[in-house]
Design a protein around this ligand. Structure first.
Ligand SMILES: NC(=O)c1ccc[n+]([C@@H]2O[C@H](COP(=O)([O-])OP(=O)(O)OC[C@H]3O[C@@H](n4cnc5c(N)ncnc54)[C@H](OP(=O)(O)O)[C@@H]3O)[C@@H](O)[C@H]2O)c1
Length: 351
């Protein structure tokens, strides 16, 4: 069996371009004890990977030139030397852009995913996968969300932000989102039920626009972007407000020259609890998050927005579009054209 994989050809400068990536072929490795071979079905395309393409220190290791581009994969088990995985199960882990992945108990976020036949497979990589889990644990654990909170979410039309806003609303909060286009503003209000939207690119004075939506201040700011938006938010937090720091995507394309915050002093002025988090470290909340998210998706209370490209060759372009703000909802690459739900996709051995 031949594995097709996409590797780093050159370090990108700014927004990545296609020449940063190269496709190559390699044999599928033999399985060792405890390992599982996946035929990958869906890649999650994530902004954090942009940071790994630079040679700078982060919470994830830098990718060497020629190294596999990392990503969360969801694949069907085609061979297993692990008693917890059988052929036909679905495995998920942080591996990379390749057709076949070997996952092992020490792979990041290694998991046997119980996929339900009535849900599209893609939701397990978006609203019911790590994007949704991140939104849920970020609000609940690190944002200490309470009913009645006034909540601001940035990158609110994106994978994590779109779920965070909906979860906050479902939990009894008033929620406003910041987004980068008028079309995204309309979508988060009309399709996702946000109480309001701020187009941060169109607002001549972002602070004044936030004041208009939050005359008495913000209880909880779910920060996906950092930079100028965070700077505008800090003086507008209520006393004892909370800021779960999920990501700082506004800096990812130029990490060596990040935005310099002018208002960080406001953390003290407003006695703000500001806390960075990695969703997979909230291990005790993950089962609850998955159960509630799939419940809301099934009942129609939570809309799982996705933009899905097809075929491994589409991964670089999907990533470039994500990193230039052109996407809404979860950005995914599906490797099997015909499959939408498990019902369309009989497991091996099924009639
Ligand atoms: N902590 C964790 O465990 C964890 C897990 C998953 C993801 N994350 C983080 O969560 C954040 C969102 O990730 P995602 O997967 O949901 O991506 P996403 O929101 O679907 O896509 C990124 C969005 O960021 C916005 N953006 C880009 N440049 C910006 C800028 N200069 N200022 C403001 N917004 C900008 C764009 O939306 P607009 O057009 O609206 O600007 C873009 O669509 C990222 O920071 C990511 O690293 C953290």
């Amino acid at each position: 069996m031949i594995n097709r994989r996409i590797v780093l050809a050159a370090r990108p400068q700014g927004v990545p371009t296609a020449d940063a990536f190269r496709i190559e072929e390699a044999p599928v490795p033999e399985l060792g004890e405890g390992e599982v071979l996946l035929r990958n079905r869906v890649f999650a395309i994530d902004p954090a990977v942009r940071g790994m393409l630079d040679d700078v220190k982060s919470y994830l290791p830098s990718v060497p030139i020629g190294g596999l581009i990392p990503t969360m994969v969801l694949g069907e088990v085609v061979a297993s030397r692990n008693p917890d995985f059988r052929e036909g199960d679905f495995g998920r882990a942080f591996i990379g852009w390749e057709n076949y992945s070997v996952i092992a108990p020490d792979s990041v976020a290694f998991e046997n995913v119980a996929v339900a036949p009535d849900l599209p497979l893609t939701v397990y990589m978006g609203a019911a996968g790590w994007s949704g889990i991140t939104a849920y644990v970020g609000l609940k654990r690190y944002g200490e969300m309470r009913e009645g909170d006034e909540v601001l979410v940035s990158a609110a039309a994106g994978a994590v932000g779109s779920v965070a806003g909906q979860v906050a609303r479902l939990c009894g909060c008033r929620v406003i989102g910041t987004v980068g286009t008028a079309q995204k503003s309309r979508a988060i209000v009309e399709d996702l039920g946000f109480h309001g939207a701020i187009d941060y690119r169109a607002a001549p004075d972002l602070g004044a626009e936030i004041d208009r939506h939050f005359p008495s201040g913000i209880d909880l700011y779910f920060d996906n972007v950092g930079g100028a938006t965070l700077d505008a938010v800090l003086p507008r937090m209520k006393a004892f407000g909370r800021i779960p720091v999920c990501g700082m995507v506004s800096n990812y394309n130029h990490q060596t020259d990040p935005y310099r915050l002018a208002n960080i002093w406001q953390v003290l002025v407003n006695r703000i609890t500001m806390r960075g988090f990695l969703a997979y470290e909230a291990a005790d909340l993950i089962e609850e998050a998955q159960a509630r998210l799939t419940g809301w998706i099934r009942s129609g209370e939570l809309v799982a927005t996705e933009n899905v490209a097809t075929g491994i060759e589409a991964a670089p372009e999907a990533f470039i579009r994500l990193m230039s703000g052109q996407t809404s909802g979860k950005t995914l690459v599906r490797l099997d054209d015909a499959v939408t739900t498990l019902a369309d996709w009989p497991l091996p051995g099924a009639a």
